[in-house]
Write a protein that binds this ligand. Structure first.
Ligand code: SAM
Length: 293
């Protein structure tokens, strides 16, 4: 069996923080420093560099102009495509890679409400938002499930990014000590409790009164944290006037085939796609123009 590509053998991906620099400027700078790179074919602001490039100490990484972020992890904000001026709620936000990506896609115009309950991770979220120059981010340290989403405080939210805690099975290759561990087997009880939280969080997000678009993502390879969560919530979503959109139609890997809506969902495979194992689904409100739903 193929082993996942390790961090060492994989191409590096960086996201250009377009709040601070243009993609063209980033290409010039990285070309000057490393010679070769290519823009990612799918994601607007992602550049791919050879695995040998040492980027952690690069001045543009240190000053927040470039964000070290896997290609898969850059998919949700582009799939959601919020428009400048929108208010986006990032429900499980720390350390904030997707939060700052959302802010960049808004052109820093509008608002990203970024929620996380973990105090240590929350500090990293605030630090990362500051480093990225993303002044449109408002950080709230709280339990997302306890937020009164159906009150006036949240009535301006147009879109949601929900990237809840998950097993991380798609990124297990990053955890060197887990890569070859004989004890690396699936803990079903843990998966079930994570899936229960993911479903609860998704149902909670659908309480937002003015919601137009919602992206759900996990870095898990297990369908219990992906397709199955979506399937369980689908009746509620349909009842509220949402349908599944099929983002990234040119991307080859879709949700698992045994699920009727699988082809509308997006997956990345850690072994085959040279990025993190990942799952993504995008809900969109049906027939917005006519105010139906
Ligand atoms: N979206 C983040 C990013 O791209 O940088 C990664 C999010 S991580 C997968 C999940 C986060 O959810 C963790 O930081 C965790 O503290 C947070 N979390 C878990 N349960 C939560 C809850 N009930 N309310 C708020 N945050 C929660």
């Amino acid at each position: 069996e193929l082993l996942p590509a390790t961090e060492e053998s994989r191409p590096r991906s960086v996201r250009v923080n377009t709040i601070k620099v243009t993609k063209e400027a980033a290409i010039s700078r990285l070309q000057a420093d490393f010679g070769s790179l290519e823009p990612d074919g799918l994601l607007d602001d992602v550049l791919i560099l050879p695995s040998s490039c040492a980027l952690h100490d690069h001045p543009w990484v240190k000053n927040g102009s470039l964000i070290l972020q896997s290609k898969a992890s850059c998919m949700p904000a582009q799939a959601l495509s919020p428009e400048p001026g929108w208010t986006v709620l990032d429900c499980c936000a720390a350390p904030g890679n997707k939060t700052t990506h959302l802010a960049a896609r808004l052109g820093n115009i509008g608002k990203v409400i970024a929620v996380d309950r973990d105090p240590v991770r929350f500090k990293r979220l605030k630090d990362n938002a500051k480093l990225a120059g993303a002044t449109c981010i408002q950080c709230i340290q709280d339990d997302f499930l306890k937020l009164p989403l159906d009150t006036a405080q949240f009535s301006s939210v147009d879109a949601v990014l929900l990237d809840p805690s998950c097993s991380g099975s798609g990124t297990a290759h990053n955890q060197v000590d887990r890569l070859l561990s004989p004890t690396d087997e699936v803990d079903c009880g843990r998966l079930e409790s994570l899936a229960a939280f993911q479903e609860k969080a998704l149902r909670h997000a659908f309480k937002l009164p003015k919601l137009k678009r919602l992206v759900y993502s996990t870095c898990s390879s297990h369908s219990i944290e992906g397709e199955e969560v979506i399937e369980k919530v689908m009746p509620l979503a349909n009842q509220l006037g949402f349908h599944l959109e099929g983002p990234f139609p040119s991307w080859h890997r879709r949700g698992h085939k045994q699920f009727p809506d699988g082809k509308l969902m997006v997956r990345a495979d850690a072994k085959l796609d040279r990025t993190d194992g990942f799952f993504l689904a995008l809900f969109s409100k049906t027939d917005l123009e006519n105010g139906i739903g």
